[in-house]
Structures are given as structure tokens and as C-alpha cells.
Write a protein that binds this ligand. Sequence first.
Ligand code: ATP
Length: 455
Amino acid sequence: MKSLEPIVSLAKRRGFIFQSSEIYGGLSSCYDYGPLGVELKNNVKRMWWKAMVQDRDDVVGLDSAILMHPKTWEASGHVEGFTDPLVDCKVCKKRWRADHLLEAKGMKPDFRPGAWDKSVVCPSCGGELTDVRKFNLMFKTFMGAVEDDASQIYLRPETCQGIYVNFLNVQQSMRLKMPFGIAQVGKAFRNEITPGHFTFRTREFEQMEQQFFVAPGETGPYFEDWKARRMQWYLDLGIKKDHLRFRDHEGHELAHYAKAAADIEYLYPDQGFKELAGIHDRGNWDLSRHQEFSGQSLEYFDPEKGERYTPHIVETSDGADRATLAFLIDAYQEVEARSGDDDAKHEKEVVLRLHKQLAPIKAAILPLSKKEPLQQLAKDIQKTLRATWMTQYDETGSIGKRYRRQDETGTPFCVTVDFDSLEDKKVTVRDRDTMEQERVAVEELEAYIKEKMKV
Ligand code: ATP
């Protein structure tokens, strides 16, 4: 696969991802998750939450508001500095991220007025580019009835600020001892200059962020530990090892307060290795700034050492949409026709080899005939399974066609109910990956799937 076209097409055809407001011609770089997409993305977020909160004693969750006091964004530096450098082509008028153009040429960024190297031209038409302009990426809106400067607020461009401002609320209410983390999943908004590559870069997206608070001077080992853990999470959920890599940020890329930063990059078929997630050693910049701008202390008192200090932070920052896209791409496989769907004239079929925990539908229940006794048994089986998993009941078309439909959307188990089932109370379970078919007693089906889901 060299382009995202097969993924975009499957995503639309099978109800994963649609263009937002499509009937009005679409809203640029905004997407809607369809019935299977919302299941997949929910599973991605659920597995993140499990790894980051549920499975740990030292991380708790939070769900803070998207709208925050405007001073938050002064303290965070976003009002002044959350800008992208942009250049326009004087000939074809295309707009480019200046940093991306320089990065592609291995050149160091220098965005001072007049410093633009004229040898860097428009990648599209070769035209001359304008000087660099800074463009603030925050969406503005107004709170209340009056639309003036005093009522202007922002849609949050990242979720972590809600964690910083709640640091003491969470620490004190949960009686947490350092070191500990706070995690949250939620929407963020950025008026990106060059959105695109499907859901890779959009203007409305979801982040999965965790801030780990530690004593001064102790971030180093936690930074390394979180780096390894975040990488392992993607590997455990099935992304191929050679499609992932770390990229440590070089000195000039680091924010002035940052001690270290690394990206986890994924090999996107249309653009090569690009950021999937980040791990950042942020020092005590965030809490210090909020103390300065709010006038409130955000210091932690260590009762054992009798010390008071402003905690330092190691952040892990993942994008739910970018991760969902990476899981979709990595799972997508075209294979020789194998389902037995004779109705369609095709040589290739698509199998979405999603990790079982991520698959939108875990089991499809397929009665061989629409006749009453089979339907009833199939519906009873679905009733049992749906108490635990998302299921789908499908009785239309040949069994081969139905297998093919389920393969395309990554369903790990197809449960076929046939006439023998009425007699022997057994069903045939087909495994998406091995294509093995096993006869399983209806009574044992739930336990059977539960066991297989552990893999
Ligand atoms: P990039 O360099 O790609 O713009 P970034 O370094 O600005 O990303 P962060 O601010 O570190 O990204 O955000 C953390 C994560 O949020 C990213 O790793 C990515 O997964 C996700 N993310 C950021 N911007 C977008 C976007 N516009 N669309 C989708 N996901 C995004």
C-alpha cells in the first residue's frame, strides 16, 4: 500500500469514517466516526485507559472541561507562542508549513523576518515562497451574550492543561503521594494550516494524555520508563515492529523548558514515518507558570521528607484518531479470495486483522437459513454473547458472502448456526485469522470466546 486510498474507501464503504457534513460538500479536515468506527475508536481509548489507569496503582483519571479560563492559555504560552510558521506560494497560492519544508531538506529552522532561504521553493510548482508568517492555531469563541474581547475564550488545543490546573484538587481529594499520574482522554481543537492525510491531521481530534508528577531531579528514569511503555502498548495491540520507531527530539526542536522529548513514529503508507505519540520531560514549567499566573500555590508537600516543592512532569501524549488510523492501516490486508463468496467476481479479498480487543464486532452470528427454528437459536446465542461483547446478527446472502463481510470489518469470530445445531446443540466457530472451523457446544461458546480473547 503506497496511498491511503484503500483505507479511506474501506472506511467509508463499511461505516468506519465519513467526511463531516458530507451532504453540504464536507467540512475540511473534520471527520465523523460511523457505527464501526466509533466501536474501534472506543476500544482504542478503552485499551489506553486500561493500560494507563485501570492496571496501575499510581495513575488516576480526570475529565476536565474543553472550555477553560482564558488565563490558562496565557500561562501555558499558547496565546503568545502556539503558532505555526507558514509560507505561501506566490505563483500557485498553495500554503505550506515552513518548518516541514525545511525539515524535508534537512535544514535548521530560522523564522526571523527576512531569514527565509530563497532556495526553498514551492514543492508543488517550484514557485517563489513568501516570507514566514506566524499563525495562531487556537480556535476562538465567545462566552455569554456579548461578543467582545473580554468574553473571548478558546477551544482547548490540548487536554493536558486541564490536568495541570487540577493538580492539587486531584492530589488532595485522592490523598496521592508522589510520584503519581493523572490521565485524561478528550477532544482538542487546532486550526491547522496544513491538515490532511485523512484523520492523521484534523482540526478537531481526540487526545489521550497522561501527566506523571515526580520530585525535582527525578524525571530521567520515568521518561525512559514511559517511553518504553508507550511503545510496548502499540506493539501489544498488534502494530508491526518495523512500522514503529522512536525519534528523539534534537536540541533545536525542544521547547526552551523541556529537558527531553521523543516521538513514537508510525510508518504511514502515504507519508513515511510520522509522529504517532510523544513522551516529554517538561520540567516544572507547567505548574510554575500556573502558579505565577493564578497566584495560587500548586506546590506539593512531602510529609515524609518534610519538603515542599513544585513537581516536575513527564508527559505521555497520544492521539486517539492517529492511533485508530494506524491500527486500521496496519491491520489491512488483501489476500487471495478465500471466503467462498462465489457471488462476487473477485480475486482479492480484504481481511482486517485487528487485535481482537480492538475489533469493533467480536462475534457475528450467522444462521444458515432464515427459517424459524434456526433464527430462534441464533437469536438466543446472540442474546448470551451480547451481554459481554458487541455482536452482529446477519442472515442475508450466502455464508461465503457473510464471512467476507465480517473479514472486511475485522470480526474475529463467525458463529454459524446450521440445521445440525438444532440436534447436537453445537455451532461452527470460524476464526478470522486461521480460518479454522471448530464445532463448539452452544453452552460453552461464551467461555470459548472468552479464552480466545485473552490472546
Ligand atoms: P504534529 O507535529 O504532528 O503537529 P504535535 O507535536 O503538535 O504533532 P502534540 O502537540 O505533541 O503534537 O500532540 C500530541 C498528539 O496529539 C500527537 O502525537 C498526535 O497523535 C495528536 N495530534 C496532534 N495534532 C493533531 C491533529 N491536528 N490531528 C490529529 N491528531 C493530532
